[in-house]
Design a protein around this ligand. Structure first.
Ligand code: ZN
Length: 299
């Protein structure tokens, strides 16, 4: 794995303060390290906080070819969670989708098994396309959804044939070595009046602040962590206007919240058995864990 240095991937600034020391066991970086919604592993690269845009980011990250193969081969085992997450995203998007004057193509980058695509289709888009690097995730897609998935780490060339009215990406920007490539490419691909929508973790959110370095967002996969100011800067630097940033509520079954919690394994399995016994392990529970939805418009 080759490592390279980079300035702040949002504003290009080089002035930062230390946020967290590196915590890496090189031999523990495996394919499952790079699959979505797994148990937190508490490894991380050295993190710094940009003095200008407040982004927290790793100044030294693995090069693209490592990430490409790590995500390409990442295992996938989160069907139900993907479905739940997609429902939360679709619900949060709906008032913004209503404002679109035309609904040509909708593109979801980091689409996983494509769970969001049928929901976007229902919201009236003529065509829906997902971009996803993990073959396992694509294989997990239902047959009638898989044909709308394109495999690879996002590049502008992958959507050259499309006329998007909506570009979206949920919980993916943290993983991108160059998140500004995605928003700039989105801006240039979008039709006039189109919108970009992203969901990111907010490291300044109450729960994440409380958990500090024990928060599940402190993860080696996350090359940067956003906050309201950083995500707004990212979108406005790419040309987007009328940017709205709001907290997003995620709705998941209790046992999933438990899996994400920073409790010791023994405690988790004890509580899991308790939830099963009480028959509430599958109950839905909606909670603001400190995720942000940001939407911006192309004039
Ligand atoms: Zn910055």
């Amino acid at each position: 794995m080759d490592i390279h240095e980079r300035p702040c991937p949002v504003c290009g600034g080089k002035d930062y303060t230390l946020f967290a020391k590196e915590k890496v066991e090189r031999d523990k970086i495996t394919q499952s390290t790079y699959s979505s919604r797994k148990e937190p592993e508490f490894m991380r690269f050295r993190l710094v906080r940009c003095r200008d845009c407040e982004l927290v980011y790793a100044p030294s990250i693995p090069d693209m070819s490592f990430l490409d193969s790590a995500y390409g081969e990442a295992s996938y085992d989160s069907d139900e969670e993907a479905r739940r997450a997609a429902l939360s995203y679709a619900k949060a998007l709906s008032p913004y989708v209503d404002r679109l004057q035309n609904k040509q193509d909708a593109v979801d980058v980091g689409a996983g098994n494509g769970a969001l695509l049928p929901l976007l289709k229902k919201q009236g888009f003529a065509r829906v396309i997902g971009i996803e690097p993990s073959q396992a995730a694509i294989d997990a897609a239902p047959d009638d959804v898989r044909r709308f998935l394109r495999k690879g780490l996002f590049t502008q060339e992958m959507i050259e044939d499309l006329h998007p009215s909506l570009m979206c990406s949920f919980m993916t920007l943290e993983h991108m070595p160059n998140p500004d490539d995605f928003v700039k490419a989105s801006y240039s691909a979008l039709s006039a009046g189109g919108g970009v929508a992203v969901v990111v973790h907010n490291y300044q959110g109450a729960l994440n602040s409380l958990l500090g370095l024990r928060s599940p967002i402190m993860d080696i996969e996350h090359l940067q962590l956003f906050c309201p100011k950083a995500i707004k800067t990212l979108l406005s630097n790419a040309g987007f206007e009328n940017i709205a940033v709001e907290p997003l509520k995620n709705e998941y079954p209790l046992r999933y919240w438990l899996r994400l919690s920073p409790l010791p394994k023994v405690a988790k399995s004890f509580i899991a058995r308790l939830l099963e016994k009480l028959n509430i392990s599958h109950s839905q529970f909606s909670f603001n864990v400190g995720n942000l939805l940001a939407v911006g418009w192309k004039r």
